[in-house]
Design a binder for this molecule. Sequence first.
Ligand SMILES: Nc1nc2c(ncn2[C@@H]2O[C@H](COP(=O)(O)OP(=O)(O)OP(=O)(O)O)[C@@H](O)[C@H]2O)c(=O)[nH]1
Ligand SMILES: [Mg+2]
Length: 304
Amino acid sequence: MNSIDTFRSGYVALVGRPNVGKSTLMNRLIGMKVAITSAKPQTTRNKILTVFTDDEAQMVFLDTPGIHEATTKLGDFMMQEATSVLNDADVILWLVEPDPYIGEKEERVIQLLEKSLKPVILIINKADQVSDERIEVVKAAFAEKASFADAYSVSALKGIGTDALLTAIKRMLPFGPPFYEEDTLTDLPERDIVAEIIREKALRNLKDEVPHGIAVTIERMREREGRDDGLIDIEATIICEKDSHKGIVIGKGGRMLKKIGADARRDIERLLETKVFLKIFVKVRRDWKDNPAMLNGFGYRGRS
Ligand SMILES: Nc1nc2c(ncn2[C@@H]2O[C@H](COP(=O)(O)OP(=O)(O)OP(=O)(O)O)[C@@H](O)[C@H]2O)c(=O)[nH]1
Ligand SMILES: [Mg+2]
């Protein structure tokens, strides 16, 4: 058989509760940071498609928001994004914490997975935090409550066990031609990645409920005229949901906003491979997380 007959391709969804490391694992598997990550739950809000292609296969990864009980329209949207991929996937990567306790929240995930009828790989992530014995205990606990085709333990953060996982995923994909050009990395426009980088820096620098009420829009992104060094001017807005939050985002003497901007600029320059002049405004839009028109405007609209 030649390679055309043996090439495999398919959609691989990463699902699980918030903060288990789905985005970190996807970035690790494709070898590049596309999805933003943070120690705070509910970091990912939209599903994010990335592509990994080698000589044998093309895997189209779908990172998703963590499965949780939605309390706002934004939450409803996030749950829609998370659950819609269950229909599109050829293989589901179900990520869990290295903890044998299976509560109501995890039971909900189990029910969704059962309904999808898709092959599931259980992934016990953050294996760097526990002993091998503990991993076995966790695996046994999950085996008692759910069915899955295979189970792996990995550290997405440290890259432990992720090559073996990639090989296992590959073997589970159907034979078929690639869906995307081999150099495709993501379908996310650069502008959206830039907005996400700024949101990541807000999430990482701000405390408590403030970062959860933040959205980021890009008003302008273009090369400055009359320069030959490719400098790009970016104007972005951080939207927050309360006046008191706006003060916190700006910080004393503008220090917080300066820090968020400096952190973001560093990553954006790496992404765009050029110098960037980043200007960030801060606006308040009360209750935007429950306002359909504003949700739409801030990028939380259904995509196919
Ligand atoms: N120690 C350790 N930490 C990890 C590992 N993988 C992810 N993390 C950390 O866990 C936190 C959450 O990671 P994310 O990748 O943002 O988690 P997520 O599942 O995408 O979260 P949501 O988008 O909120 O659903 C971050 O602080 C990561 O650095 C791991 O293998 N080991
Ligand atoms: Mg995420």
